[in-house]
Write a protein that binds this ligand. Structure first.
Ligand SMILES: Cc1cc2nc3c(=O)[nH]c(=O)nc-3n(C[C@H](O)[C@H](O)[C@H](O)COP(=O)(O)OP(=O)(O)OC[C@H]3O[C@@H](n4cnc5c(N)ncnc54)[C@H](O)[C@@H]3O)c2cc1C
Length: 328
């Protein structure tokens, strides 16, 4: 295969899939992205804390403009329970729009080669390459298959049979994304334009501004993104999922899935456990959503003709992304 152009199938059309597809397409390979979602992923994401490796790849793809458009937090602060700032780190940090990143990358893939509604159900090695089976029974043969199908990857089960299960780590993130104008005082005065943290036993809270829904970075049009990590034993997570109309093994709640009484109880808990500023941010979100946190590292990242990338290969706990960003 070395030196010749390859037919490449990428399972999963989110960020890891798009990065792989865009780089392989740029190198001249014939790339097809197979994405399960029927509607597309636009507006699925919120903000992304930009790191140097992201800026490097975007520069290689000629997408510098995408990563220049972000919202800057001028400093990091840590609050205590009373809301006093007990630590300051003046390192500025940029939060990018997930949607803007997604759209920039997707525009690099020729139309027709990003196939929505194409859930991969199985992969098998065949004839020196790999065959991918799609939900509707269609089979597609490739020289190389890239598994970028996320946390519950199907491709992972081919690369690491019997060792593809995620491990729930015992806590979840409650999340919210609100117009910055929805933050009342004193929250607005303390939290806006800063990357703010609060840490307590078995809980961790953070928040930062991200661009508006259409990538706007101007004051007044940005959104405040908050993330509350809370301990939740597995049986409690399973009961919560069932109460929200999901299956007991589900791992996430989308905006609108949480019934009003459970949302009210979350807001009450925030008022008793968090600094007032963060509790106000939580109260301002009418449709909080949830993501359970898992660990996974594939024992091997590839077989002869199938490779894993992104969360399919290794799940990094989100608060491990929080390292200092290099300046561009
Ligand atoms: C609270 C939180 C905050 C985070 N903040 C950051 C951050 O600031 N910076 C950062 O870098 N990361 C952050 N992360 C992590 C980041 O979200 C993930 O690492 C990233 O989304 C993984 O991208 P991915 O493309 O591998 O997987 P995903 O984004 O999960 O995409 C997988 C794609 O595959 C599709 N798919 C699934 N199954 C199939 C199938 N069978 N066939 C075809 N398609 C399929 C899905 O529809 C989806 O589009 C955060 C995560 C959380 C939970």
């Amino acid at each position: 295969m070395t030196g010749s152009l390859l037919r490449v199938g990428v399972a999963g059309g989110s960020l890891a899939g798009l990065f792989s597809a865009a780089l392989l397409h740029r190198a001249g390979h014939d790339v097809t992205v197979l994405e399960r979602s029927r509607a597309g992923l636009a507006r699925r994401g919120a903000g992304l804390v930009g790191q140097q490796d992201l800026f490097d790849v975007m520069a290689r793809l000629g997408l510098n403009a995408v990563t220049r458009s972000g919202v800057e937090a001028r400093e990091r602060i840590t609050l205590d329970r009373r809301g006093d700032i007990v630590y300051r780190d003046p390192t500025p940090q940029t939060q990018l729009s997930w949607d803007y990143l997604y759209e920039g990358l997707r525009a690099l893939i020729p139309s027709g080669q990003y196939r929505l509604g194409s859930a991969v159900t199985a992969v098998r090695a065949e004839g020196g390459g790999a065959v991918v089976q799609i939900e509707d029974g269609e089979e597609l043969a490739f020289d190389l298959v890239v598994g970028a199908d996320g946390l519950n990857s199907v491709v992972r089960t081919h690369v690491a049979p019997g060792r593809s299960a995620n491990r729930y780590v015992g806590y979840v993130t409650w999340r919210g994304l609100i117009p910055e104008g929805a933050l009342p005082e004193p929250a607005a005065g303390v939290l806006l334009d800063r990357f703010a943290f609060y840490t307590a036993p078995r809980a961790h809270m953070l928040g930062y501004l991200v661009p508006g829904g259409d990538g706007q970075t101007t004051r007044g049009l940005r959104r405040y993104n908050w993330v509350w990590y809370r301990s939740m034993p597995l049986p409690d997570l399973a009961s919560l999922m069932v109460e929200c109309g999901h299956g007991p093994t589900d791992s996430s709640l989308a905006p609108g899935d949480l019934p009003a009484d459970l949302r009210e109880s979350l807001v009450r808990n925030a008022a008793t456990e968090l600094p007032r500023e963060f509790a106000q941010a939580i109260a301002a979100e009418s449709r909080p959503f949830l993501q359970a946190i898992y660990d996974y590292v594939a024992p091997q990242m590839s077989t002869e003709s199938v490779a894993l990338v992104g969360d399919a290969a290794a799940v990094v706990r989100p608060h491990r992304h929080g390292g200092r960003q290099s300046r561009r």
